[in-house]
Design a protein around this ligand. Sequence first.
Ligand code: IDP
Ligand code: MG
Length: 154
Amino acid sequence: MERTLIIAKPDAVQRGLVGEIIKRLESKGLKLIGMKMSGLDETVLRTHYAEHVEKSFYTGLEQFMKSSPVVLMAWEGFECIDSVRTIVGATNPRQAAPGSIRGDLAIGVGRNLIHASDSKANGEREVSIFFENKELFDYDKSEYMHLYEDFERK
Ligand code: IDP
Ligand code: MG
């Protein structure tokens, strides 16, 4: 199964939307396999956002991501990278579809509430940046037989 790293960004913590984010991912049927609150520093942000470090918006992004604690989560599910990106919505919340987290709850591109991994490889990479193996949980979820066909559960 794929894994995705979710960050409820400082604006989600400040605006009291962490529960709303969790609710939407739980309701979809995804499995929460790790969660913690943390402050992010420059070093970890430069690793996580390596592809953006040279971009014009990076300084502002880093300042914002350091501005208050975040909630880090690892979620697992069949082809969950794409389905979570759909639930999260487009990077610019003003273009994000209604029904998505960003489309429903955010306005500014630099205050778009949530990070979600954008590929299977990045899901693995990002989860391993923020979580040690002992912080990730492998357990059976009883509803799986009502969420998945057999081949999807493998
Ligand atoms: P994503 O979060 O939808 O994957 P990315 O392109 O990976 O979007 O950008 C990472 C984050 O950087 C975005 O979520 C957003 O907070 C911020 N960002 C991206 N583009 C801009 C911009 O043009 N202005 C300000 N912030 C931006
Ligand atoms: Mg991205």
